[in-house]
Write a protein that binds this ligand. Structure first.
Ligand code: RP5
Length: 185
């Protein structure tokens, strides 16, 4: 594969690897990709959730329409670089998650960003309505979707990592305990 050659022992790095990241851990298993810097305020919630679970991840801005070749390069080399899940977040005509999914068989989770014009309904429909054949698992608009995308990624990773499964059970227990302890004034 061409991508494998670029990432071989020659040491030459791909554009995707060279791109500055907001957060980059060396052995990332989740990639959080967003269409614009303006999405970071929302998507940092996904990053913080993964950090809470101790999941190594990387966060990058890659636009499907402003940097299309970078988007295809990132997704097509993701698996060989050790990523296991990709989260794709975009707003408006939000085709980023679909484009990423087109270039990889890794699970791609889509997070629709709240948009100015249509409050995120445009992003939601653009992300969720993938024609049959290339799936994107779409979460809720905005922050709830960002947090849940991270939790979904944890659930996927937990299938082969018992310690992560245990953390997920503990997370649910704490969450339930808070609800049980709620007293309305
Ligand atoms: C999308 O367009 C991005 O994902 C963002 O949600 C939206 C607006 O981008 P900016 O104009 O703020 O860069 O591509």
């Amino acid at each position: 594969m061409a991508g494998k050659k670029r990432n071989s022992k020659s040491g030459s790095k791909s554009k995707a690897q060279n791109q500055q990241s907001a957060i980059t851990n060396h052995q990332s298993v989740v990639g959080i990709i967003m269409g614009s810097q303006s999405d970071w305020e929302t998507m940092r919630n996904a990053s913080e959730t993964l950090t809470q679970f101790g999941v190594p991840h990387e966060c990058k801005v890659i636009s499907a329409h402003r940097s299309p070749s970078l988007a295809s390069e990132f997704a097509s080399t993701a698996e060989e670089r050790g990523l296991e899940v990709i989260i794709g977040a975009a707003g408006g005509a939000a085709h980023l998650a679909g484009v990423l999914a087109a270039h990889t068989t890794l699970p791609v989770l889509g997070v629709p960003m709240r948009s100015e014009a249509l409050n995120g309904l445009d992003s939601l429909l653009a992300t969720v309505q993938m024609p049959a054949g290339i799936p994107v698992a779409t979460l809720a608009i905005g922050k709830p979707g960002a947090v849940n995308a991270a939790l979904f990624a944890v659930a996927i990773l937990a299938n082969s990592r018992p310690e992560l499964r245990e953390k997920l059970h503990r997370f649910r227990e704490v969450q339930e305990a808070k609800i049980r302890a709620t007293v309305l004034q």
